[in-house]
Write a new protein. Structure first.
Length: 98
């Protein structure tokens, strides 16, 4: 499949998930972010190019950073990324927020 189409699809899925969560936040980050991770892991397990997967993860981290900065304007991109990573269970997980 075309790299551009895969990126469009993945980014649209991530954006839709964050958009819905922003309008109807029924679950907290500890439940929501593993769902985002599951969507992105589907790209990895489907043998999609690692470059595409990495770009989709960066997009998800960027969207989460924007959401965090709306809620807490003084938060840093580094802290927001590390916070997101504490909620993940796969190889991008960060064990403790520093």
């Amino acid at each position: 499949m075309d790299k551009h189409l895969l990126l469009m699809l993945g980014k649209a899925q991530v954006a839709a998930m964050f958009d819905r969560q922003g309008h109807v936040p029924v679950i907290d980050d500890s439940e929501f972010l593993p769902l985002v991770e599951a969507v992105l892991m589907a790209f990895e397990t489907a043998d999609i190019s690692q470059a595409v997967v990495d770009e989709l993860w960066e997009y998800a981290f960027d969207v989460y950073d924007q959401v965090c900065k709306e809620a807490e304007p003084d938060s840093t991109t580094k802290d927001n990324r590390q916070l997101m990573q504490t909620y993940l269970s796969g190889k991008r997980r960060r064990n403790a927020r520093r």
